[in-house]
Design a binder for this molecule. Structure first.
Ligand code: KG4
Ligand code: ZN
Length: 333
């Protein structure tokens, strides 16, 4: 079964063709990062406009790369929540138009279900149940994946999401958007022990908190500026990356142990080398199987939406042409 997947929830316009939820046939991503970088973050209005401009050529390329026409697609899956509302609507309305014109079924896909499905394309042997840490710019959700379309949120970020914290700390250090890759790059030359960042405390066993770390970095930078002291950005970046990846990897492996299930990470932050290294190390130590997405499937893409769409379709999910988009929605709603 061939599913066309469309993603436009933030600053990537993407379309892909995936066979039977597992086999990647084509995946085209048009990123708007360069433009949003000028403003230090995603400008929602610009994002919506670029999605509208990019979605037709991106979809045409995804179909031509796959060597098929729209008629050969079995259904169209689209991200309808959560995300920037204008950005989501660009994808949802386009998908509705495609379905109306070509008489195809429309499948609504939750963005985080998409990130989780990126693991199915990357790991042919992975099957639910497993524990997934979906870590992106907007979310840090520790999720029990009971089945392909059945989820339970075990914990979440009580304040900033992990990616958001990376982006904000990067901005404090004068690094461009998106901050995650920039912090990660300079942290390689830094000594994480030079700056001592606090260990955040949260009530929930599987919840995480990052805004205290962000404030700690801000205080270090402000204090140094007032005293005219030079800060070492690489050392701060390394300390911050160490702390965040420590928290994420420990929570994930703790949950996997408690539930006796394999552990997975997904989402934009899951590409982080330190995070993957720590998860691997902890998983091995605890005899837990660890699965990660292929690097190019960590960030937002249409392939993960097509893969999730396949399983949603199998479970009977269909949307009418009255489908709406939602800026917020829980994965298990
Ligand atoms: O999943 P994603 O592409 O979009 C959302 O759904 O939010 O995630 C984007 C986030 C950004 O906050 C970005 O800074 C972060 O992923 N990110 C990273 C790395 N690469 C991207 N964070 C840490 N280390 C990285 N190497
Ligand atoms: Zn995402």
């Amino acid at each position: 079964m061939l599913i066309l997947g469309i993603e436009s929830s933030c600053d990537e316009t993407s379309c892909a063709v995936v066979k039977d939820g597992r086999e990647l046939i084509s995946n085209v991503v048009a990123t708007q990062i360069a433009e949003h970088r000028l403003y230090g973050g995603v400008v929602p209005e610009i994002a919506s406009r670029r999605h509208i401009e990019n979605i037709v050529p991106v979809t045409e390329k995804a179909l031509s790369d796959a060597g098929i026409t729209l008629n050969e697609v079995d259904a169209v899956a689209v991200t309808y929540a959560p995300g920037l509302i204008g950005a989501l609507l660009a994808g949802v309305n386009f998908a509705k138009g495609l379905c109306y014109a070509a008489d195809k079924r429309l499948i609504p896909v939750h963005h985080l279900r998409g990130h989780i499905a990126s693991l199915y394309i990357s790991n042919p042997d992975l099957k639910p149940p497993f524990v997934a840490f979906a870590v992106s710019g907007g979310h840090s959700n520790l999720i029990l994946v009971k089945d392909y379309t059945s989820f339970q949120v075990l914990g979440h970020a009580v304040d900033d999401a992990a990616g958001e914290a990376f982006d904000k700390v990067a901005r404090t250090l004068g690094l461009p958007y998106p901050g995650g890759p920039e912090i990660s790059k300079i942290a390689k030359d830094g000594d994480p022990s030079k700056y001592v960042l606090p260990v955040p405390h949260v009530a929930g066993e599987f919840d995480v908190s990052f805004s205290g770390l962000k404030t700690a970095v801000l205080n270090i930078v402000n204090n140094a500026n007032m005293k005219g002291i030079e800060i070492n950005k690489a050392d701060i970046a390394a300390a911050f990356e160490q702390r965040v990846t420590d928290i994420l990897s420990k929570r994930l492996i703790k949950a996997a142990r408690e539930y006796g299930l394999p552990a997975t990470v997904c989402g934009g932050v899951s590409v982080n080398g330190e995070l993957q290294r720590k998860c691997t190390e902890l998983a091995e130590k605890n005899h837990i199987q660890l699965y990660t997405p292929k690097k190019f499937l960590c960030g937002d893409n249409g392939a993960m939406i097509a893969a999730a769409g396949y399983y949603e379709y199998q479970a009977g999910s269909r949307a009418g042409l009255d489908l709406n988009a939602f800026a917020t929605k829980e994965i298990d709603a």
